[in-house]
Design a protein around this ligand. Sequence first.
Ligand SMILES: [Zn+2]
Length: 266
Amino acid sequence: MKKMIFVMGILIVLSLCLVGCGKTKEKESTSQPQYAFYKKDKEKRYQDYQKQNPDLSWKDVLLRVNIGLDQPYYTNTQESKHLYSNYVLVNKYTYLKEDYIPKNLVVIDSAYSKGGISLSEEAQKSFEEMASQAKEDGYTIRAISAYRSYDYQVQLYRRYVEQDGVEEADTYSARPGFSEHQTGLCVDIDDGVFDFNQFESSKSFDWMMENAYLYGFILRYPKGKEAITGYQYEAWHYRYVGKKIAQYIKEHDLVYDEYYMEFLDK
Ligand SMILES: [Zn+2]
């Protein structure tokens, strides 16, 4: 009997210890987790953004402030990094200079494009492979716009501003230097029948949603992510990032700006 009481005593002490230990662990996990992309000089901005967006996880707060989203578009802009690579990020906070021209532009085969439009070589090859596979499967993927020069964007943006005013134009058109089209890594497509802004309701769009990542392309401005990309949903605009990144982005339901801030912002 004494032995039993002794054993029970030990068990109680042990379980109390476990509960105690558990409590300390709990305390640790409620403090903010540490991330490699945390930037000490942005601490105040992180705190303010978290207060304004209490539902966001700490990770999302860090990523969004790193993108620059706690400040209005086109403020604190910086020149893009990773120039001339598949990783270059261009958005409303990072830009390409006037003289930035991709080094290896190649015209897309007119079988898969409107003709006379170019992409950076790796993206061009992948695009043709993708369009050719789509064709084999019975769908049309046709490039209608790809690389656009700084000067072209100047004209385009000016026209949109005259048409709709700055505020409205900024929701669907990039300012010169801030257009991803200047990277030579993105392409607007249609299904060869209907206008590009009806692409979402085509079978070709469904095919792209299932297969684009296999060729290294992502839908760059998805529906529901407007607050992160800064752009209206564009079912027709695809960006080449390479197969590995495209797959990761699809699996984790991210937009490129988030992926970039998590893994490439160095
Ligand atoms: Zn586009």
